[in-house]
Design a protein around this ligand. Structure first.
Ligand code: ATP
Ligand code: MG
Length: 351
């Protein structure tokens, strides 16, 4: 998947603590690439300026979640000696790039972006009108990616239209001003369920703002309580009824998180996921038993993450220092790209 020329960038909006959808959708791929070592540079951006585009009226929320998200990133294995972790708003070069890229995108093209469309329809606060800042965030995302010459972007499925739009901007820029920008490629998890993990309520996407998340920082009790009340197959009323596993988040989570060693430790009557799912589908397997197993699996998966998080949380000023240093490194790279971009656009009067 990777070659030695890769520059990898992931962006996370500090709009809430991170959940298991982020883990399987993007964080895990990032950490895997980081630990394989086949890259020139890795970046982990905390996209606070983008977070403000739909939270402009709640600066405290974005401010507080910068630390939450940084702790989550460190807890899942982001290693600051390998990945440059930085804060978007501290790099004004990104805003400047956005301004120039705005010339290359039409309003109609932005209006067609399916993710932006869905997000706008979900936000009640936009009923009175859509802020230009939010509407144009795909362009600022193109600036974030190209500023660092990133070619590999590990993301969940909802981000595919953004990467597509970035690729279009890159091609348009390069065709008008000469070969300057690097074209990126999205890396989406192969498992469809991981590319868009559903919520505990059965909603198609687990989302920070949807109140249907299992957070990486949830306590053991919180995880247990959430699993207990999870949506399953509403038609599976009695144990002997045949059940649906494909639209059932309990099974979808198991298909991603349950490893053979979990079966051996907690549910040895079954060797693997397929055996368990087959039993549920033909009937005779109750939800309580399956949920108990899912709880054990999630507890095993999340405990080490939570413990690492608690360690990092003991010294938040050290975490801030990691971000400060990362931001300095990232800014130098973005400044280099901006000056190439300006030269290409003939905005270099004093050279
Ligand atoms: P918000 O509602 O504020 O946009 P979010 O939960 O969508 O929050 P982001 O910070 O926008 O989180 O996304 C970070 C990364 O996590 C992106 O690559 C996104 O595709 C991925 N991601 C978010 N939710 C899921 C999910 N439920 N399943 C898989 N990947 C996800
Ligand atoms: Mg999002």
């Amino acid at each position: 998947m990777t070659d030695s020329k890769n520059i990898v960038l992931t962006g996370i909006r500090p709009t809430g603590a991170l959940h298991i959808g982020h883990l399987v959708g993007s964080l895990q791929s990032n950490v895997e690439i980081q630990n394989q070592g086949d890259y020139v540079r890795m970046y982990g951006m905390i996209a606070d300026a983008q977070g403000l585009t739909d939270n402009f009226d709640n600066p405290e929320k974005v401010h507080e979640n910068v630390m939450e998200v940084a702790l989550d990133m460190l807890a899942v294995g982001y290693d600051p000696s390998k990945t440059v972790m930085f804060i978007q708003s501290e790099i004004p070069e990104l805003t400047e790039l956005t301004f120039y890229y705005m010339n290359l995108v039409t309003v109609a093209r932005l209006q067609r972006n399916p993710t932006v469309k869905t997000e706008i329809s979900q936000k009640e606060k936009f009923n009175g009108g859509i802020p230009v800042g939010f509407f144009t965030y795909p362009i600022s995302q193109a600036a974030d990616i190209t500023a660092f010459n990133a070619n590999i972007i590990p993301v969940g499925e909802d981000q595919l239209p953004m990467i597509e739009q970035t690729v279009e901007i890159v091609h348009k820029f390069n065709s008008i001003y000469g070969d300057t920008l690097v074209s990126p490629r999205a890396v989406v998890p192969q498992l469809q369920a991981a590319a868009r993990l559903p919520g505990t309520d059965g909603n198609a996407k687990m989302g920070k703002s949807l109140n249907n998340c299992i957070y990486l920082k949830d306590s053991a009790d919180e995880i247990a309580a959430k699993v207990k009340t999870m949506f399953t197959d509403p038609k599976h009323l009695r144990v002997e009824d045949p059940g649906n596993t494909t639209e059932n988040p309990v099974f979808i989570y198991l298909s991603i998180f349950a490893k053979p060693e979990h079966f051996a430790a907690f549910l040895p009557e079954y060797k693997n996921y397929s055996e368990l799912a087959a039993h549920y589908e033909r009937g005779g397997l109750g939800d309580v038993k399956v949920k108990k197993f899912l709880n054990s699996v999630l507890q095993e998966t999340l405990r080490p993450i939570r413990e690492r998080r608690e360690l990092f949380a003991q010294d938040t000023s050290a975490v801030m220092e990691v971000l400060r240093q990362g931001t300095e490194t990232a800014r130098a790279a973005a400044a280099e790209t901006l000056s190439r971009v300006k030269r290409a656009m003939k905005l270099n009067y004093f050279d």
